[in-house]
Design a protein around this ligand. Structure first.
Ligand code: GLN
Length: 170
């Protein structure tokens, strides 16, 4: 189980969101209270995406623990935003630990984060993956369930789907 942070409100620094609270995302990365039976700590990468005043979001992500990266601490101290999505990752057993496997996933104005595991991976998603353009499959951020789910969501967004509308398909 990964941990995620979403913020929409008055502008704040990334440090105020990621580092400063007593149970901040950074603290939760090494001392989570509840992992719901999946993993122990969130040491398999992290990412943060934020929306500047105008334009597409900026994203920074790494495959290392958030507490071991001095750059994010420096960046967070001087970066402010009014909309932020961040995550620390506990990789599902067997899934790659790469920069590209860390949320948030991004394209254009979209950021995406996913928690949990696709049971029966990869067989259960083969029929869904088969509906994606081959190019999308060849350029997945990583061979993980989250990256594939993002590719499926992104495919719908590109087609004009409203992200706030629930699909009837299961
Ligand atoms: N299954 C996903 C991954 O491996 C998400 C991890 C999680 O939620 N623990 O990246």
């Amino acid at each position: 189980m990964c941990r995620h942070l979403a913020y929409l409100g008055p502008p704040v620094t990334l440090a105020e969101l990621l580092f400063d609270p007593p149970h901040s995302l950074v603290r939760q990365s090494w001392a989570p209270r509840d992992m719901r039976g999946g993993g122990t700590i969130n040491a398999d990468g992290f990412g943060v995406g934020w929306y500047p005043d105008d334009g597409a979001p900026v994203r920074y992500r790494r495959a290392q623990p958030i507490w071991s990266d001095p750059t994010i601490a420096q960046l967070a101290a001087v970066t402010g935003a009014a909309a932020v999505l961040a995550a620390v990752r506990s990789a599902t057993v067997g899934m790659a630990v790469l920069d590209g496997a860390a949320a948030p996933f991004a394209e254009g104005r979209w950021l995406f984060s996913h928690n949990g595991v696709v049971s029966g991976w990869p067989d259960t998603v083969v029929p869904f993956a088969a509906e994606l353009p081959v190019r999308d499959l060849l350029t997945l951020d990583a061979a993980t369930d989250s990256a594939l789910l993002w590719a499926l969501v992104r495919h719908r967004l590109r087609a004009g789907a409203d992200p706030a509308t629930r699909s009837g398909r299961r």
